[in-house]
Design a protein around this ligand. Sequence first.
Ligand code: FAD
Length: 328
Amino acid sequence: MTISQASANVCILSGLDTNKQFTANFNQGMEISLPGTNCVIKSHVSLSAYTSYRVGGPAELCVVPRSMEALQASVKYAKSQNLPITILGAGSNLLVSDVGISGLVIVTRHFRHSQFDPKTGLLTVAAGEPIPGLAWEVAERGWQGLEWAVGIPGTIGGAVVMNAGAHNSCIADILVSAQVLLPDGTLETRSREQLGYSYRTSILQGSDQIVTQATFQLQPGADPAQVLATTKQHKQHRLSTQPYHLPSCGSVFRNPKPYSAGWLIEQTGLKGHQIGQAQVAQRHANFIVNCGGASACDIFTLIRYIQEKVQEQWSIWLEPEVKMIGEF
Ligand SMILES: Cc1cc2nc3c(=O)[nH]c(=O)nc-3n(C[C@H](O)[C@H](O)[C@H](O)COP(=O)(O)OP(=O)(O)OC[C@H]3O[C@@H](n4cnc5c(N)ncnc54)[C@H](O)[C@@H]3O)c2cc1C
């Protein structure tokens, strides 16, 4: 099993024939029932609805499991057919190629449950739980520790893999352990120390382990009104400084310390620069927004353009934070 995170150099501009890259085994409109579950694998599913950029071609096969049994059966099916697996959470840090993705795409966003232990302050949540909803729920209970995350529109699984962070906090600060599903179908628990966390990275990136749930250490017992107020403050700050009104993937580039990528891009005069329908956001230069009808190719070409211009002016090559999946 491989989790695709490849980024290539060629951007296919026209004449896309998605069927060409897919095996002939899975014709359009096919449905494959997974035995022992009520879960169905579908063929040729458009992924634009599954990414926050609202771009991307079809998945050769796609499944949206709601239970552990369905997730395990999906992995087993892929293995039996020798298909590569690509995992999508909320698709909020992904650029999926216009050509699509071959193999099986497993979307974990409907894999949901949560368990609060008020005695210990431990919160255990399934990979598909959306972070903003969880941050509000935690705040309403008067638990501290997740206020910073309210503006991150991803799932717990994606956040654990990415070490998502904001307002000087990140997942690694609160994670106790994560449960992962291995290619052979077994479940294992990994401690925070085993996940090799640093700035927006973990050893889970590019690995063949699927995060199924995570346990966090939070602090219960605070005044809910106070935790809600801090959470709201963080949300409002984000809304006023970032372009939440247009499709994006958040920050496109990692910050090359001591600089911020946004500052470098702005100083290079690229704010508002547009290729096709992809634009460097006016409100935050490290965001590329889809102004309506952008292709993945527009966004990819703009990413390359920014990298080249910043390199010319600052001799710094900006590394993408966004994961590019498929052929470009
Ligand atoms: C408006 C906006 C604001 C944002 N602000 C922030 C921010 O402040 N801080 C920040 O860190 N990020 C931010 N992001 C980026 C993004 O929300 C985070 O990176 C988030 O953690 C991604 O979660 P996801 O579920 O969408 O993952 P996806 O984008 O679906 O996937 C990201 C990576 O994780 C892998 N993955 C996802 N789920 C699993 C799983 N269960 N098991 C194994 N692998 C998995 C995928 O294969 C992929 O490699 C922002 C994005 C947007 C659109």
